[in-house]
Ligand binder design. Sequence first.
Ligand SMILES: Cc1cc2nc3c(=O)[nH]c(=O)nc-3n(C[C@H](O)[C@H](O)[C@H](O)COP(=O)(O)O)c2cc1C
Length: 373
Amino acid sequence: MGIYTRILRPLAFRCDAERLHNLAISAAERASASTALCASLTGHYVRDYERLQCTVAGLRFRNPLGMAAGYDKNGRGVPLWTALGFGHIEIGSISAEPSAGNPRPRLWRVPEERGLIVNYGLPNHGAECVARRLAEARISVPLGINIVNTNHGPQSPPASDDAIVDDYIRSIRRLDAEAGYFMLNLSCPNTADGRAFASDAARLRLLLVAVRSAAPVKPVFLKVAPFGDLRTLDKFLEQVDGVPIVRGFGVNLPPGKPLPLAVPAARLSAMPGAVSGRPCQEIMDRAGAELYRRMDRKRYVLIGTGGVSDAAAAYRKIRLGASLVQMLTALVYEGPGIVRSITAGLEELLERDGFANVADAVGVDVALAGGRF
Ligand SMILES: Cc1cc2nc3c(=O)[nH]c(=O)nc-3n(C[C@H](O)[C@H](O)[C@H](O)COP(=O)(O)O)c2cc1C
C-alpha cells in the first residue's frame, strides 16, 4: 500500500465527498499554475512507452488512458492531470449556460464497493467561462470537451428539442478552438432532459443535423448509456450512420442502481444517483463490446469507461473494443500513482501477449468470440 492509500485516503475520506472533490480541484488548479511543479511531477509520473502510443480520430495520444469527464468539470487542472501521466483529459460536462446542478448532497462514496454514487446534475461554469480559461492554459495532450445541454434545475419545465439542440451548438461553437475532440453527452443519468436522448430518434436526428451544419473542426463523439436492448442500439446506430458527422462513441453510467450493492437498503435510499467504479464495470464493458460489435468500425472508434482501477481492467476494455480508456473513480480510491501503475501494467500485458502496439489489441476478444463475448 502506498502513502495515498495508507495515510492520505483515510484522512481525506473523513471529509464530505463533494467537499473533498472541490478541494482536490482547487489544489490541482494551484499546482497547474506552477510550470516548475508540473515539470517535476512529469519527471516522477510520466513514462513514455512506444507500444502505448496511438492515433485515434486523427489525434496522437502518448497512451490510451485518459481522465473521464466529471472530475475536472471546468478545465481547471489540465496541466496537473497531464503531469500525472494521462494520455488525454476529458473535461466537462459543460453547457452553454452556467448551471448549479442538482441540490446537495449529491455525491457519496461507497468504499465497500469501491464506487461513488453521483447525482451532481451537471454543475459547471458554462461554455464562455471555460473557453476563456482554456485559452490561457498550457495543454500538451489531446483535450476532450464533454458537452451537454444546460440543466436549469429539477423544478424547471422540460426544454424543447430546439432549445436543447441550440444549447449544444452554442457550446460547440464557443469551444471549437480549444478542443481536441468533442464528446456530446447524450445520456446524463441525473437530469430530466438528459435521459432518453439517444433513444429518441427525432431529437437525435435534429441534433446530428445541427452539429453537421455547425461544422466543428474537431472530431465529435457521442456518450451514451448502456442500451436496454439491441434493437434500440441498432436504431441508434442507424440514425447516427444517416448523418455522417460522428467519429465514435463513449459509454456513460447506466441510470439508477442496475446491480445490487453491498450497502444496507436504508443507507442506499438516502443516496439517489448513478453508481460509478467497480459495480458498473461489467455492465459498461458489455455495453462497449456490444457497440463495438455492431458499429461500423471503419467509421467509428470507441472510448471505454467504467470501473477501470488497474491495468487488467483497462486491457480488458481495449480487448473488448475500446481504442481509448478513461477512469475517474479509481483516482479517488487509489490516488495519483494509479495512472503510472496502469500505463506500466498495460505495457507489460501488451508485451506478454505479443502486441507491437496497443491498436493491435483493440477488439481482439470480440472478434475471437465470433461476435459474442
Ligand atoms: C463524480 C462523477 C461525475 C461525473 N460527471 C460526468 C459528467 O459531467 N459528464 C459525463 O459525461 N460523465 C460524467 N461522469 C461519468 C464518468 O465520466 C465515467 O463515465 C464513469 O464514472 C465511469 O468511470 P469510472 O468507473 O472510472 O468512474 C461522472 C462520474 C462521476 C463518478
